[in-house]
Design a protein around this ligand. Structure first.
Ligand code: HEC
Ligand SMILES: [Cu+2]
Length: 372
């Protein structure tokens, strides 16, 4: 550069440079005002502590990004008009040659560097606030399965599925991981999202601020039923949360009382099936119609699969046993001593009352009756 740079010539910015620059600046100030004051809670409510900070960070980035975009876009258009090729130019004319502009180079390096530093400080501050949880912290776990969320609480012996409860105002320390493929744990109203990776435990920290029911969504394509991988996050008052936890513990301890094998109601069973089993089982297919567990549509009448995976007969007793005890092991029906198909959760984990079990048993047997 230094060897023979031409003497600096004054570069002509064109007649409208400053008016255009002032116009874009005014536009940016007005749009910054609207971006900063815009209330996002209308279409995306906040339900936990980092949400407001993350929205502020996002607004900051939007203001900066909007400014950079509008200056660049407007001046690309402006200069291509000011310095366009004129009819009077010689056929071999070349444009103005501009070399080295130390002043400009300084500013276009310094300003973005400063913005990135501000962004970094702002982000790290939010992140470190999140890590410093004080007082009464609820530590719990969530494990992703194809295609289901499992939740574990310190005071519960067994896991709960599909619905997690957290108390409002208590910091949550949620350890997330996966039992099979990569899933993710995302509650839009909390704003933060963690991947659930097999073999890796990550800790997601937040503090619920607003009582209500929100959705936990898997955002990693994790298989054919990925779109159905949803759970509820219920933010309760501390009193309701204790009640819920107590009820879960009681259900897990008692197993819900004796199961009446006769007299189950198939229609009620179907309702329970849709709510608690359909994410893992297809009710229309035979054994081979696997989602996570086998298809159950021909449970009692499938010549290719005469018994249950437990080796028991596919009658009311056999079916109710697997619903009560769960099962994980080789398929004993076909005698092929293979690996387990996966985990069939037990009664407590599926959240079933004894009436649910007799209704489900009636429903599953009614499916086979239709198809025999
Ligand atoms: C998290 C997924 C999951 C959920 C939820 C689930 N199951 Fe299963 N189920 C399985 C798996 C996996 C197996 C096979 C287990 C094995 O062979 O090791 C299975 C096996 C079964 C079997 C035996 C099938 C056969 O042909 O032998 C029945 C019956 C059954 N489940 C009924 C239900 C009902 C009813 C519900 C709802 C209350 C339910 N399951 C909820 C995963 C699930
Ligand atoms: Cu998933």
């Amino acid at each position: 550069m230094a060897q023979h740079s031409a003497p600096q010539q004054k570069v002509d910015l064109g007649p409208g440079f400053w008016p255009v620059a002032i116009g874009v600046t005014v536009f940016n100030l007005i749009s910054a005002y609207f971006i900063i004051t815009y209330d996002v809670s209308g279409f995306l409510p906040e339900a936990a502590a980092p949400a407001a900070d993350i929205d502020a960070l996002f607004k900051f980035m939007t203001v900066i990004g909007n400014a950079i975009f509008s200056y660049v876009a407007v001046f690309v258009v402006y200069f291509s008009i000011v310095w366009r090729r004129r009819a009077t130019d010689a056929p071999d004319a070349v444009g103005i040659q501009v070399h080295d502009s130390p002043k400009l180079e300084f500013w276009w390096t310094a300003v973005p560097a400063l913005l990135v530093v501000i962004l970094a400080v702002f982000s790290v501050k939010i992140w470190s606030n999140l890590q410093a949880q004080a007082g009464d912290v609820l530590t719990m776990e969530s494990i992703g399965h194809q295609f289901k969320y499992e939740f574990r609480y310190p005071k519960l012996k067994a896991s709960v599925y599909d619905e997690m409860h957290v108390p409002v105002g208590i910091p949550i320390s949620l350890h997330v991981t996966s039992a099979d493929v990569i899933h993710s744990f995302w509650v839009p109203e909390v704003r933060i999202k963690y991947d659930m990776v097999p073999g890796l435990v990550q800790t997601m920290r937040f503090t619920p601020t607003k009582v209500g029911t929100y959705r936990v969504i898997c955002t990693e394509f994790c298989g054919t039923n990925h779109g159905n991988m949803l759970a509820k996050m219920v933010i309760d008052t501390p009193g309701d949360f204790d009640k819920w936890l107590g009820k879960q513990a009681q259900m897990q301890a008692s197993g819900g009382g004796p199961v009446a094998l006769a007299g189950g109601n198939a229609a009620s069973g179907q309702t329970v099936f849709t709510a608690k089993c359909a994410s893992c089982h297809n009710a229309n297919a035979g054994f081979e119609g696997k989602i996570v567990g086998p298809g159950l549509g021909k449970l009692a009448v499938d010549p290719a699969h005469p018994d249950l995976v437990t080796g028991e007969k596919p009658d009311a007793a056999g079916i109710s046993h697997i619903l009560i005890n769960g099962y994980q092991g080789p398929d004993k029906s076909t005698g092929k001593d293979g690996a387990s198909l996966g985990v069939m959760p037990n009664q407590a984990a599926n959240g079933l009352s004894s009436a649910d079990i007799s209704n489900l048993t009636a429903y599953l047997l009614s499916l086979s009756a239709k198809k025999s």
